[in-house]
Structures are given as structure tokens and as C-alpha cells.
Write a protein that binds this ligand. Sequence first.
Ligand code: FAD
Length: 370
Amino acid sequence: MSRHLVLVGGGHAHMMTLANLDDFIAQGHTVTVIGPSEYHYYSGMGPGMLGQTYTPEDIRFATRHVVEKQGGRFVLAKADRIDPKTRTVYLSTGASVPYDVLSCNAGSYVPTPNLPENQENVFTVKPIERLLQAQTQLVELMLRQPVTVGIVGGGPSAAEIAGNVWGLARSQDLIQPAIRIYAGSGFMARFPAGVRRKVAATLKRKGIEILTNGYVEKIDKGRITLASGVSADLDFIFLALGVKPSPIFEASGLPTGPDGGLLVNRYLQSTAYPEIFGGGDCIYFQDQPLDKVGVYAVRQNPILLHNLKARLAGTALTPFDPGGDYLLIFNLGGGVGVLRKRWLQFSGRPAFMVKDYLDRKFMHKFQSIE
Ligand SMILES: Cc1cc2nc3c(=O)[nH]c(=O)nc-3n(C[C@H](O)[C@H](O)[C@H](O)COP(=O)(O)OP(=O)(O)OC[C@H]3O[C@@H](n4cnc5c(N)ncnc54)[C@H](O)[C@@H]3O)c2cc1C
């Protein structure tokens, strides 16, 4: 029986499904993919794109092209809401798309609750494609005047952005900006001391300041104010605060985890609606909370592909096993990084080279479908 499979978002967990859309279509199903951009940008290489190690073409998948080439339909829009009773996805364009089986991989965003609108030279680290606009504006500014860049956030993306702002100035042969990370009360606090020290030492060698004297409470017209009342004027600001799952699920009244992510069981299936699946940053995995890292989204690929096919065919689903510890490598700009896998930790050029090799391999695998 012909049925309609709808994918919301062409993120990291949908890569294998997108690569195999022709299988679904050969079985007589219709496939629609909804996304706000014709391309999906690989976040692992996003900071490297900011630092001009990579071009935008190096780090993106041509989602629309891949979908249409295989006979699917691509709808350029954001999904705003899902009505699970009528099995309909409502879009930002006002249109709606009915589904029989739905899979959501709409990622996460950086919440900015206290940020007044229309702030100049303030960028969140997601969506990744906006880092390109940040790069252009920052270079223009650095060409005109001495610049102070502030990165608000104390985690790996703050560290990677800071290092790659440094890398950007170096690659353009510009005077280095003053770079400050406003890390709240602790920098890289959830990582082992060895990793923390290596990342901090690498950044400090680049002249990057790491401030841990309190949280930023207010940002307005380039001035940031800490909870203590201390303020500073900055020319350019990146917000690398923690991410939250896509707001679609809370807006739809679907069961969600404490972070607002779609609550899914071990089959990556909504706990209330068996025809809804999801993967990546936008889900809350009921068995155990998962870190918001691309590694899990990538590991979910074969399970989502199998389970979407199985749901359409009425056959058995396969459970997702998150697996053990994962390899983490931070790109700290200028061709250096820090690597951590269980007890193994090292920094410098070799760490970056491992990341570069793995990231390019991942990209080639899926870009080759294009
Ligand atoms: C700067 C930075 C660097 C990172 N580096 C690493 C790293 O090196 N390694 C690692 O493992 N993790 C890294 N992460 C974490 C990683 O980004 C996320 O875990 C990963 O992106 C999750 O993949 P995803 O596909 O779920 O979400 P996303 O990558 O956010 O993809 C979601 C997709 O859905 C689309 N979309 C969004 N909203 C909608 C909507 N409403 N309707 C339809 N489509 C929508 C988007 O356009 C996008 O294509 C990094 C994060 C950041 C911010």
C-alpha cells in the first residue's frame, strides 16, 4: 500500500534515510522532506568554516538536490507544529503536509531570552550557516578598526568559536582582535581536568582571555553586563550558550522530555504516537538522556532508516543502542585541536588532523550521493 513518509529537517540523523529515499519510492511510497534551507550544514566543521579552514561547499549537503534527484518532494519551509490526531505538519508558509509516517530531525537552537531584537554584530552559533554572515561582517570590521570580540558561553562551542575567530584573523593577515570568553562560573566544567587544561592552555597561547567571574545578564548595543554589575563594551558578540531542542514538539502538545525534546522510546519512536519518529538534538531519549552531540545523531542513522521502513511495511522495529564513550575532538583554530577518548587525551596539530580526516570522510560519504 502506498503511504506518505514525511521528514522534518534533513539533519545529521536523517543522512542515511535521505541517501536511500529511492528505496522508499521504489516500494510505492511518497516522500516529502521539509527544511528551511536547501542545504544542511555539518556543525562539526562549522567553526572551521568561520576560521576559513573550510569553504561553505566543503561542509554542506545539498538536501533539496538529493531529495528531488531520487523522486522525492522538497518543501522549503520550517515546520511550526504537528497535529498528531489528524497527522498533519503545519509550516511557516501557512501550508500543511499530511503524513502517514513522520520522522523529525529538526535539531536545536540557542535560546536568547534576554536579548533585545535587532542587535548589530551579535550572532548565535546556530544555525551554522549564519556563521558565514558573521565571518563576512567580522572581517569587514577588522579591516576598519581594532576589534574586541566576546564569546558568551563556557562550553566546547565557545572554545571552538574563539579559536577560529583567531584563525580567521590570521588567515586574512589582519591584526588579531582582543578575544574574550565569558564562561560564567567555570570553563568546560563538564570535561575532565586534563581536557580543560589543554583547551585553556591552547587558547591562552593565542592570547584569548577566559573569564570566569560570573554570568552575563544583559546584552544591549554591544555592551555586556555581568550579574555582578561589571560591564564591558564589545564590537562583536557570539552567543555560544547551551542549546535547546526545536520548539516544535512543545508547540504541538506532544510528549516531551524535561528539555522540550520529543520524548522517544528505544526505537526512536514517540512514546504516544507510534507513527512519529525522531533523532538528533531534537529528541529526548527516554532510556537515558543523551548529550547534544552530533555523534549520537550519526549513530541513530541506521536505526531511523530501518525503523521508518519497518513502520511502513508493518515489520519489527530495531532498538537504538547509544553505545559507549565517544571520541571528541575540538577544533581550536589555526590547525590545532584537543582530542579525548576515554583515558586518551592529546592536543596540538595531530588532534586537529584526526578531526579533519574524520570530518572530511563523513562529508565525502554523503556528498558523493549528490
Ligand atoms: C559550533 C558547534 C560545533 C559543534 N561541533 C561538534 C562536533 O565537533 N562534534 C559533535 O559531535 N557535535 C558537535 N556539535 C553539536 C552538534 O551540532 C549537534 O549535536 C548536531 O548538530 C545535532 O544534529 P541534528 O541533525 O540533530 O541537528 P542540526 O545539525 O541542528 O540539524 C537540524 C536540521 O533541521 C533543520 N531544521 C531546523 N528547524 C526546522 C524546522 N522547524 N522544520 C524543518 N527543518 C528544520 C535545520 O535546517 C537543519 O538542517 C557542535 C555544535 C555547535 C553549535
